[in-house]
Design a protein. Structure first.
Length: 124
């Protein structure tokens, strides 16, 4: 499996990742680290407590990581949550809607992590 095939499998944007990281070797290095990065776990934990500051910080961090890696669906959902809890912004979503978005993130993350695991296994 190639890295481009991985991106196709997980719904990522390989062209975005290459435009940011410039070298396929860097994409390979960072996409493999993604499941162990903890950014999604931090967002899920913040969602469990519904701590506004933790939600903003975790979503903002996740948005950056996912955007740089070309994981655009994850970045978009994280951005929605970050904007919901950005200091100075008024809330527009209910707690249940936020939790539903976090559920979507968890499902997309699991798909990406499974795909990355398959990619790593194919390289061995």
């Amino acid at each position: 499996m190639t890295i481009a095939e991985l991106y196709q499998m997980i719904g990522g944007d390989y062209e975005k990742a290459i435009s940011v990281l410039r070298v396929e070797k860097l994409i390979d290095k960072h996409i493999r680290k993604f499941p162990k990065s903890g950014v999604v776990d931090a967002l899920i934990e913040a969602g469990d407590s519904m701590d506004a500051t933790a939600l903003f910080e975790a979503a903002h961090a996740m948005k950056g990581v996912c955007s740089n890696l070309g994981l655009t669906p994850l970045a978009a959902l994280a951005s929605e949550i970050a904007e919901e809890y950005r200091p100075g912004n008024g809330r527009t979503l209910s707690d249940d809607e936020v939790k539903a978005k976090i559920g979507e993130i968890k499902a997309l993350y699991e798909k990406a992590a499974d795909g990355i695991g398959a990619y790593e296994a194919a390289l061995q």
